[in-house]
Design a protein around this ligand. Structure first.
Ligand code: F6P
Length: 503
C-alpha cells in the first residue's frame, strides 16, 4: 500500500543528501547550533519529513562532531522550514577531513561537476579521489540502512514501506549500496533518486573509469528523476550503450535483472509563494526604480565557471560601447556572486579573473560619480534578495550550462508588478519551459549585449505580457508540485522484497 507522504499518511520518507537541511555550527562555548540555508529543496521537503516522522541524512558541515553528540533541537524562535525536525530525525554523516577533501573538492567537484556539465578541459581524473568517493558513499549508505532498521523495528506496521529519496551527484553510488545492505538484512524500502545537475552525453560519461559503476549505482533505484528530457535521454542511452541494458526510450524504462527502473523528467520549481510574499513585504533596497532614467540589471550566481560570469561582464562592456550615450551614468549591473568551493583552484582563479575584468570595465567607463558594475561577493538573505529581484529592470541569467537554474524562477516570482524582463541562456534547463524570456547564446557576447539592449528598451506592455505568463507557470509548477510528482511516481514501485523469516 502507499500513501503519498505529502498527503496525510504514515509512509516514512528518508531523505539522503550531501548536506543536511541546515548547517551545524559550534559556538565559542562549544555548544552546537543550527544555522539555516534557504534552498527550495529544504523549503519543500523538510516539512514533509517532519509530518511523516521521517529522517534526513547528510553531512553536518563540521568535522569535530563527536560520535555520540546529538544534533540540537530547534530553538523556540526558529521559524525556518526545518524547525519541526526533531533532533532524532536528523542523522549526521561524519566524514573525516582528509576524506572530505578527496570526496568533495576532489571527485565531486573536480571530476563529476565539470564532467556532468561537459566542461572537458576542467576535469581532473584521479584514482585516489574515486576510491574515496566510493568510501564516502558507503558511509551515507550505512547510515541510511541504520535508519531503515530503526523505522522497521520501531515505527513500521506491515503495510508501511519507507521511501528513501537520494539526491544529486555526490551520492551516485549510494543507491546500489543501500539496496545491497537492505536486501542482506531483509529490510523493505523503495528507492528514488533525483539528479539536480545535467546528465552528460554517453561520449562524455564514457571518459570516466568508474562510469559503469556509476550507472549501476543509480540503477539500483526504482525511480530516477532528471530536470529535462535531454538528461533523461542521455541517461537511457548510456544504459543501453555502456551496460547493454534493454531500454525503452518511449516509456523511459531500463530493465536490469528482474527489475524495471523508471526514468522520469520532473523539472524542479521554487517555493513561489514564499518569494512572492518576500517581494511584497521587503523594503526598497535602493531608489533605482524611482528615478525614471536609471536602469538596474541583476545577476545572482555562485561564483562557478559554468555560470558565464566573465562573458556577462564583457557583454556589459559591449553594451556600453554600442550605446554609451544612452546608458552612461544611468545603468548599473549588479552581480551578486556567492562564494563557492573556494578551496578548489579553478574557483579561485575564476574569482580572480572576474574581479580583474570588472575592474577593467569599470575603469574604462567610470566617471567621478558613476561606475557601471557593482560586485557583491557574498550571499544575501532571502528578503533582501527578493527586493533586488523586484526592483531590477532586467535579470541576466546566462549560464554556459546549467541543470535548471532557479534564479530565473526566483526573479519572475518577485516581479509582482510584471515590469521586468528576463534574459535567459538557451543552455539552462529552465529554458525548456520559460519560453517568454529573451533567449540568448551566452558565448556570443555581441548578441548578449543586443539582447540586453532589447530587454532594457522593452515596452511595459510587452514586459507585462511576457511576465504574466512566466509567473503563472512558475506559480503552478512550484517546488511542492515537483515533490508531489516525484513521490507520486514512487506509488507504483514494488518494494525490495522482504525475505520470509524461517518459522
Ligand atoms: O546544483 C547542484 C548543487 O550541488 C546543489 O545541490 C547545491 O545547492 C549547489 O550545487 C551548491 O553546492 P555545494 O554543496 O558544493 O555548495
Amino acid at each position: 500500500s502507499f500513501t503519498n507522504p505529502t498527503e496525510e499518511g504514515n509512509n516514512s520518507l528518508i531523505v539522503v543528501s550531501n548536506r543536511l537541511p541546515f548547517v551545524l555550527k559550534r559556538g565559542s562555548n562549544g555548544v552546537l547550533q543550527r544555522s539555516h540555508s534557504a534552498g527550495g529543496l529544504v523549503t519543500a521537503v523538510a516539512p514533509v519529513v517532519t509530518k511523516c516522522n521521517g529522517k534526513w541524512i547528510g553531512w553536518p558541515g563540521l568535522f569535530d562532531l563527536g560520535g555520540h553528540e546529538k544534533v540540537p533541537e530547534a530553538s523556540d524562535d526558529d521559524k525556518s522550514p526545518t524547525a519541526g525536525l526533531k533532533s532524532n530525525q536528523v542523522i549526521p554523516v561524519n566524514i573525516p577531513e582528509n576524506d572530505f577533501e578527496e570526496f568533495y573538492n576532489g571527485f565531486c567537484n573536480g571530476t563529476l561537476w565539470p564532467l556532468f556539465h561537459s566542461f572537458s578541459c576542467k576535469i581532473t581524473y584521479d584514482r585516489n579521489s574515486w576510491q574515496t568517493y566510493q568510501k564516502v558513499n558507503d558511509y551515507f549508505a550505512e547510515k541510511t540502512v541504520e535508519a531503515l532498521r530503526y523505522q522497521q523495528e520501531v515505527i513500521l506496521v506491515d503495510e508501511e514501506i519507507p521511501i528513501v529519496w537520494i539526491h544529486d551527484y555526490q551520492l551516485l553510488l549510494c543507491p546500489a549500496r543501500i539496496r545491497e545492505l537492505a536486501e542482506d538484512e531483509g529490510l523493505s524500502c523503495k528507492l528514488g533518486f533525483f539528479l539536480h545537475i545535467p546528465f552528460p552525453s554517453y561520449d562524455m560519461l564514457n571518459t570516466l573509469e568508474g562510469s559503469e559503476e556509476i550507472l549501476y549505482g543509480m540503477l539500483a533505484c526504482d525511480v530516477i528523476g532528471f530536470h529535462i528530457d535531454l538528461y533523461s535521454q542521455n541517461f537511457l542511452e548510456s544504459c543501453l550503450r555502456k551496460l547493454g541494458c534493454r531500454v525503452d526510450f518511449d516509456n523511459k524504462t531500463v530493465e536490469i535483472g528482474s527489475r524495471v527502473v523508471r526514468v522520469r523528467t520532473l523539472p524542479i520549481g521554487i517555493p513561489f509563494d514564499k518569494f512572492e510574499e518576500c517581494a511584497k513585504n521587503a523594503p526598497k533596497v535602493n531608489g533605482q526604480k524611482d528615478e525614471k532614467d536609471t536602469k538596474l540589471i541583476i545577476s545572482v550566481d555562485r561564483v562557478d565557471y559554468t555560470k558565464g560570469l566573465v562573458q556577462k561582464v564583457r557583454a556589459i562592456e559591449k553594451l556600453l560601447e554600442k550605446h554609451r550615450h544612452e546608458y552612461a551614468g544611468k545603468l548599473t549591473f549588479l552581480q551578486i556572486g556567492v562564494p563557492s568551493r573556494t578551496n578548489i583552484k579553478e574557483y579561485q582563479s575564476l574569482h580572480n579573473e572576474l574581479s580583474r575584468e570588472i575592474g577593467r570595465v569599470n575603469g574604462k567607463f567610470s566617471t567621478a560619480d558613476w561606475y557601471p558594475i557593482q560586485f557583491m561577493y557574498k550571499g544575501l538573505p532571502q528578503d533582501e534578495l527578493a527586493a533586488y529581484y523586484r526592483d531590477s529592470d532586467v535579470a541576466l541569467v546566462t549560464p554556459l550550462v546549467d541543470g535548471m537554474n532557479l534564479v530565473a524562477k526566483e526573479f519572475v516570482a518577485c516581479q509582482i508588478n510584471n515590469s521586468g524582463a528576463l534574459v535567459l541562456s538557451y543552455f539552462a534547463g529552465a529554458a525548456e519551459s520559460m519560453k517568454e524570456a529573451l533567449m540568448v547564446n551566452p558565448y556570443e557576447v555581441n548578441l548578449l549585449a543586443d539582447s540586453l539592449h532589447k530587454a532594457l528598451q522593452m515596452s511595459s506592455s510587452e514586459c507585462q505580457l511576457r511576465m504574466e505568463k512566466l509567473r503563472a507557470r512558475e506559480r503552478k509548477f512550484d517546488v511542492h508540485y515537483w515533490m508531489s510528482s516525484f513521490l507520486e511516481e514512487m506509488r507504483f514501485v514494488e518494494s525490495i522484497e522482504k525475505p520470509k523469516l524461517p518459522t
